[in-house]
Design a binder for this molecule. Structure first.
Ligand code: PGA
Length: 247
């Protein structure tokens, strides 16, 4: 990366989760109506647990936040058990009592997903733009479903999934077959956010984190484009995932 995000190395998964929850809380405290996007997968589960605890104890008010889903499989509805949005509903939106009218599902069904994707971008703009994008990093360097080959100008669109990502995500559903296409916010959509927080944990991600931070910004490793956001982006990484970062 030529420009670098801020890099915060924390002890472990719990510390990463709490700090990520702090970042969400800071944005919502400063701007209760903020539009934010948050990821699915195994990494954010601890952050959601912490946010739900804070919201239900009254420490944090998220009742006015506008939540935009980052990505999902084409053809799966938020009611489908095998959708990413369903995971988000179960882990965060429902236990945190986020009002239904404040939840923006990424358009996965319908005759014209391309037009719907453009409308989704317009909806984000109408909500004032994203104040915060929390994202993860896939083992192949993907961010949301921006697979290798995705550039910094990509917007919300339909994408083909790699075999690797489909196998990775099958683990969330006890080995179910994962659809071949998805709809995802683009790298450009994410880079437009006022703040970007990337969370990464575990020794299994150490190699890709090292490649991302030490190497150039490249479409081969879409997560590397957060370097373009400079100080607006923060990589929160636990020690196990930070071992390959060169000082
Ligand atoms: P994970 O997925 O949190 O399950 O590792 C991250 C990602 O693919 O973005």
């Amino acid at each position: 990366m030529t420009e670098k995000p801020r890099i915060t190395v924390v002890d472990d998964y719990d510390a990463m989760s709490k700090l990520a929850a702090d970042r969400v809380a800071d944005v919502l405290t400063a701007n209760p109506d903020a539009a934010i996007t948050v990821p699915t997968g195994s990494t954010p589960a601890g952050m959601y647990k912490e946010l739900v605890r804070r919201i239900n104890s009254g420490e944090l008010d998220a009742s006015r936040a506008q939540i935009f889903c980052l990505d999902d499989y084409l053809g799966q509805t938020p009611e489908d058990e095998a959708s990413l949005t369903k995971l988000l509903i179960n882990e965060f939106l429902e236990p945190a009592n986020i009002p239904a009218e404040n939840i923006h599902f990424i358009p996965t069904v319908g005759d014209d997903p391309h037009t719907a994707a453009k409308q989704y971008e317009a909806d984000i703009a109408a909500a004032g733009g994203l104040k915060l994008a929390v994202i993860g990093l896939g083992p192949n360097g993907h961010v949301a479903f921006n697979e290798p080959g995705s550039g910094p100008d990509t917007r919300t669109r339909v994408v083909d999934l790699t075999r690797e990502s489909r196998d990775q995500n099958a683990a969330y559903y006890e080995g179910a077959e994962i659809p071949e296409q998805a709809i995802t916010m683009g790298i450009g959509t994410i880079l437009d956010a006022e703040n970007i927080v990337m969370i990464v944990s575990g020794e299994g991600k150490a190699g890709i984190v090292g490649e991302m931070v030490n190497g150039p910004m490249t479409n081969d490793l879409p997560g590397s484009w957060i370097g373009q956001a400079g100080e607006r982006a923060e990589l929160i990484v636990d020690q196990a995932a930070a071992t390959e970062i060169k000082k």
